[in-house]
Design a protein around this ligand. Structure first.
Ligand code: PLP
Length: 381
């Protein structure tokens, strides 16, 4: 396999080529739980699909390569991947978590990891002074999202990972919004990269999947153990679908991003829109940092319509987008973060973070922007 492909070519060729025996272009879906060892002692590379499956392995190799990492892991959902990564921390250890993290991350920390004595504090990771102040003697890790959800807040990943390194802490990022196409956190010094591949990587709203990539062998061993022991592995069929999604990630992201750019500018001039959160605007907080660490602003825009009433009225006035708690599909997807993606976070915390009931998150799809503008005409009334 050629080693020095350009970024877009890499998406097409990151995974292993089909199978040598038949010449099949695509990696077969190995629908098997166990692998016949024929005789003992066992010498076959595969034994049992919870441990490893060739279709899953193809995806794991592809995502590792795309993130510029050595070891990839695929899970049955983004939350399975996040839970697995959080298992790197033990009872009595302390983790700093970005205060506007995904609602599901907040939920497993407060409802489960807390029960097992993993300590955590939610901090504003966009402010390194606050992060520094929050580090305790038992702090072992920092978990971050950038751009964050839904306000697109930007954390300086290189500066954060440098601080973490000085203090001997592991850094983890939920890289779902940016995807490896726009942002490669390992190159910025982050240790553990996590994806909900349900979103852009899958790209067609037809599966749930989670991915982890690391470079460090010790971390890889720990993650592999949790993956195999807990068994929240991605099925062979969904591994195949995720691989299929990966191949078009670069061109989908380019199109969605260019649509989002145009739509964001248009949204800024609408009568009903109080504010547009989009890291592509030069006056967006942290835009300069984002530009330095990512290839582009992505394709998620959040608008503030001022009240829950206005937000719901707008959402219900549309007919093209899917209305649901997801993003990253080829179709435009509209979410009401307050009641959907961030339902797991108490209302008073959401309000303090600025995740207010008037927000509407738009994951811009590959449709013609003109169609979306026409469909969003309620914003002018
Ligand atoms: C959707 C999402 C998750 C959870 O992923 P699932 O595949 O739904 O389990 C985690 N983080 C972010 C940023 C997400 O958007």
């Amino acid at each position: 396999m050629e080693r020095d492909l350009k970024e877009k070519s890499l998406y097409v060729h990151a995974g292993p080529r089909g199978d040598k025996y038949t010449g099949a272009v695509n990696v077969p879906v190995y629908l098997t739980s166990t692998f016949d060892q024929e005789e003992l002692p066992a010498r076959k590379p595969y034994e049992y699909s919870r441990g490893q499956n060739p279709t899953r392995e193809a995806l794991e190799q592809a995502i590792a390569r795309l993130e510029g990492g050595k070891y990839g892991f695929a899970f049955s959902s983004g939350m399975a991947a996040i839970s697995t990564a959080l298992c790197l921390f033990a009872t009595g250890e302390h983790v700093l978590v970005t205060e506007d993290c995904y609602g599901g991350t907040y939920r497993i920390l407060t409802k489960f990891f807390a029960r097992y004595g993993v300590e955590f504090d939610f901090v504003d990771t966009t402010d390194l002074e606050q992060v520094k102040k929050a580090i305790k003697p038992n702090t072992r890790g920092i978990f971050v999202e950038s751009p964050s959800n839904p306000l697109m807040r930007i954390t300086d990943l290189a500066a954060l990972s440098q601080l973490a390194r000085e203090k001997g802490l592991i850094t983890l990022i939920d890289n779902t919004f940016a995807t490896p196409y726009l942002q490669k956190p390992l190159a910025l010094g982050i240790d553990v990269v996590i994806h909900s591949a349900t979103k852009y990587i899958g790209g067609h709203s037809d599966l749930l999947a989670g991915l982890i990539v690391v470079n460090d062998e010790q971390l890889a061993r720990q993650i592999k153990l949790v993956q195999m022991a807990f068994g929240a592995v991605l099925s062979p069929f969904d591994s195949y679908l995720t691989l299929r999604g990966l191949k078009t990630l670069a061109i989908r992201m380019e199109q969605q991003q260019s649509n989002a750019r145009e739509l964001a500018l248009w949204l800024r001039d609408r009568k009903k829109v109080k504010r547009v959160y989009y890291p592509g605007f030069s006056d967006h907080p942290g835009a300069e940092i984002h530009q330095r660490q990512a290839r582009g602003p992505g394709a998620v825009i959040t608008i503030d319509l001022g009240s829950e009433e206005e937000a719901i009225a707008f959402i219900n006035s549309t007919s093209i987008p899917v209305i649901g708690p997801s993003l990253g599909g080829v179709e435009t997807i509209i979410t009401h973060p307050f009641s959907m993606s961030h339902a797991g976070i108490p209302a008073e915390i959401k309000n303090r973070l600025g995740i207010t009931p008037g927000l509407v998150r738009i994951s811009v799809g590959i449709e013609e922007v003109e169609d979306l503008k026409q469909n969003f005409s309620a914003l002018d009334r």
